[in-house]
Design a protein around this ligand. Structure first.
Ligand code: HEM
Length: 480
């Protein structure tokens, strides 16, 4: 009997060793080839994912990149991220290369974790789904539509500040900024306005965002597992809204052009196929994620920097009060007002430079190619990073200094300021985001001055940057 157990144990140990050997061999063989970029590839499966993610958790995502650029004296280095052989492309020339070779040498790629959180995207492919999304968006993000949203954003901001900020001595900014951008997105994308309804499914969004770019291990308690559960919950809520909208459209209680949801329900593709309800739920989910978490991170960091930099606050205050004073009581902000917010937008851009809501994104090599003398194999994942230029003294002298004048005149050199990406995949929500951020700035400075309650609050990047405690501030309303 003893022999039997011993043999079983030996067999088990041999199998485990063999699996590890195969894994190591497979991992190493992906990185042996002619003239690959220099770099480290870490352990099988996890590669350098933990270092990549943990520099973000410690608040310095750029460290992963700058450390390796220095160590390997190269703007391109190989690594292994989220289970994939990868190369990081850092710097303006690299950004230019990736952005201008979309659909030629490279194509947009999202980690497995994203595909699994959005299951409908695996029925076709995330690439096909992204194409569909890009086709749908222009009618909602074209200038005429955007101009209409300014009044909506202004109305929502006024209600949001009345409910969440006024008559309060202290507030926590990050959750408030999220509720503002979520409210705007819910209203503009699917005409949902009831704050209680919105609150019900806004909370799981943070869980979802955290697990979206994570190691795709679906075990109880992992960020990835929590993200899948959160996305299932939100999808169910969205599904209810979609079903109700179908009824409302049939009964004439909703109009075909009122928002992106009606549009998705009533538009068929070139083959006469309408989108399924679950597919629509996924698309709206994607838009809500893209469209509210990013902008709320930007609004939060604007509040943070304005509290730290009184001169900059004064400049924004002056500009916004001139606009406020030019308005009749109850008159909403309009396109002309937004055009006058030049200094405020330069300040917002400097915030987006120092705390880009999206750290970067992936591409996949469509074919073998050579860049900067290094071979990039077909199928490798390529990562561009906003911080590689935003925080580099080569492109932004004294990169840690907050200086909105960098955006005056011609502004930063091409491909160096890239919070919205570039090329054909550049963020289609850029203008929408500009409007909601400026409307937010208008409302916050018009009402208050503030000071941070935790002077050295830690910043965590997971995957968006956020102050660890949500940025609690003490409010000082302006005297009437
Ligand atoms: C401050 C706010 C925002 C920032 C910093 C931001 C940033 C970005 C970046 C960097 C990309 C490109 C990713 C890549 O290169 O693959 C992107 C793509 C995208 N963004 Fe935004 N975004 C913001 C707001 C929005 C808003 C408000 C919407 C929706 C109304 C939106 C919808 C999208 C979509 C759908 C894509 C995917 C485009 C494609 O793959 O073709 N974003 N965003």
């Amino acid at each position: 009997m003893e022999h039997f157990y011993l043999s079983l144990l030996l067999l088990f140990v041999s199998l485990v060793s063999l699996s590890f050997f195969v894994l190591f061999y497979k991992h190493r063989s992906q990185f042996t080839g002619l003239n690959l970029p220099p770099g480290k590839t870490g352990y099988p499966v996890i590669g350098e994912s933990l270092e990549f993610l943990s520099t973000g958790w410690k608040g310095h995502p750029e460290k992963f990149i700058f450390d390796r650029m220095t160590k390997f004296s190269s703007e391109v280095f190989k690594t292994s991220l989220l289970g994939q052989p990868a190369a990081v492309f850092a710097g303006a020339a690299c950004n230019k290369f990736l952005f201008s070779n979309e659909n030629k040498l490279v194509i947009s790629w999202w980690p497995d974790s994203v595909n699994k959180v959005f299951p409908s995207s695996t029925q076709t492919s995330s690439k096909e789904e992204a194409k569909k999304m890009r086709k749908l968006l222009p009618s909602f993000l074209k200038p005429e539509a955007l101009q209409r949203y300014i009044g909506i954003m202004d109305t929502i901001a006024a209600r949001h500040f009345a409910d969440g900020w006024e008559n309060k001595k202290e507030v926590v900014v990050f959750p408030l900024a999220k509720s503002y951008t979520f409210w705007v997105a819910s209203r503009v994308f699917m005409s949902v306005e009831d704050p209680e309804h919105i609150a019900k499914f806004s909370e799981p969004f943070q869980v979802l965002a955290s697990g979206l770019i994570s190691i795709p291990i679906d075990l109880p308690g992992t960020p990835f597992n929590r993200a899948i559960k959160a996305s299932d919950f939100i999808r169910k809520e969205l599904h209810k809204i979609i079903k109700q909208r179908k009824v409302d459209l049939a009964e004439g209680k909703a109009t075909p052009t009122q928002d992106i949801l009606s549009h998705m329900l009533l538009t068929c593709d070139e083959n006469g196929q309408y989108m399924g309800e679950l597919d629509i739920a996924d698309k709206i989910l994607g838009l809500l994620i893209g469209g509210h978490d990013t902008a709320s991170a930007a609004c939060t960091f604007i509040v943070k920097y304005l509290s730290e930099l009184p001169d900059i606050y004064e400049g924004v205050y002056k500009e916004q009060m001139e606009i406020a004073k030019s308005k009749a009581p109850g008159e909403l902000l309009n396109w002309d007002d937004i055009q006058k917010m030049k200094y405020s937008w330069n300040v917002a851009c400097e915030v987006l430079r120092l705390a880009p809501p999206l750290q970067g994104a992936f591409r996949e090599a469509l074919t073998d190619f050579v860049f900067n003398g290094f071979s990039i194999p077909k199928g490798w994942k390529l990562y561009w990073s906003a911080n590689s230029t935003h925080k580099s003294a080569e492109y932004f002298p004294e990169p840690q200094k907050f200086d909105p004048t960098r955006f005056e005149g011609n502004g930063p050199a091409p491909y160096t300021f890239v919070p919205f990406g570039g090329g054909p995949r550049m963020c289609p929500g850029k203008e929408y985001a500009r409007l909601e951020i400026l409307v937010f700035m208008h409302h916050v400075v018009k009402r208050f001055k503030w000071e941070k309650m935790i002077p050295d609050e830690k910043i965590v990047v997971d995957p968006m940057p956020m102050p660890a405690k949500g940025l609690p501030v003490r409010l000082f309303p302006h005297k009437a």
